[in-house]
Structures are given as structure tokens and as C-alpha cells.
Design a protein around this ligand. Sequence first.
Ligand code: ROI
Length: 159
Amino acid sequence: MSLVYIGLGANLDQPQQQLEQALIELAQLPNSKLITQSSLYHSKPVGPQDQPDYVNAVALLETELSPLKLLDALQQLEQDHGRIRKRHWGERTLDLDIILIDDLVINSERLTVPHPFAQQRSFVIYPLFEISPTLSFPNGKSLEQLLTELDNDLIRIPD
Ligand code: ROI
């Protein structure tokens, strides 16, 4: 049994609905339980600025799926949402990123955990802090520390 934090992001085709639907689908993954989810947030794009703002959130999933089986399942969900990816760091209909799995460090061909950019991205760290304020990364960095290094450019979307 693992505890996995999953980052959700979208900025095409009604991004808020994409995330709301994806959260329902995460809750339905086999041998898994959605423990909690953050609020949804509007965020400015990281990467090319000539793309729409994003909607982001983070979910906490308890699962018996192995890391690679979970990755397969998340990539399938992205496909089901008709994932379009127009360019590197460009707009997309749904992105599901594994941020953390317990205290694991994984550097394999298909999967890097913790997510390599998570610690620098306010659209990951702020929603994480909302649901798990005392969390630290395996390198010892706490969310509290990371927040001091990041601008809060997120706007929380009311429930
Ligand atoms: N920017 C924001 N604000 N949110 C994202 O989810 C996101 N995802 C990405 C890139 C293109 C890096 N920029 C993003 O993959």
C-alpha cells in the first residue's frame, strides 16, 4: 500500500471540468482510494506565456498499484481525456503527474519520483500545502521551506 500525491493540470477544453472529471476517475482506479483532494486553483502558465491560464490541483491517493501500473493508469486517463499536447511546455487537456510516492526515490526510464520540477512550482507546492501542511520531500525539504522560495500566483477557485 502506497500513499501517492498526484498533480493535476489542464488549460484546454474547459479545464475546470477536466479536473473535476479526472478526480472522479482517480477515485475509481482499481485497488485505490482517493484520500483527499485540494481546492482547484487558477495559475499562470509556466513555459510559453501565449497559452491560457491553467487550472491545477493535487490529490492524495492510497493505492496497491505498483508505481508503473499507476503510471499506466494515469496515462490512460490522460488519453481518455483526448490529451492533446501541441508543443513542449505548451497547452494540454489533462496532465496527471506523480509528485511523490511515500518516501520513494525512483529514477527509471519511464518514471522519476519525486517529480523533477515539483519543488520549484507554486502550482504544485501550494495545493500540496493545503492538504498536507507538514509534508517534506525525501531530500528533507519541507513544504514550509519551499513556500518561502515561491511566489503565490495562484487564485483559489471557490467550491
Ligand atoms: N503551468 C501551470 N501553471 N500549470 C501546469 O499544470 C503546467 N503544466 C505544464 C507546464 C507546461 C510546464 N506549465 C504549467 O506541464
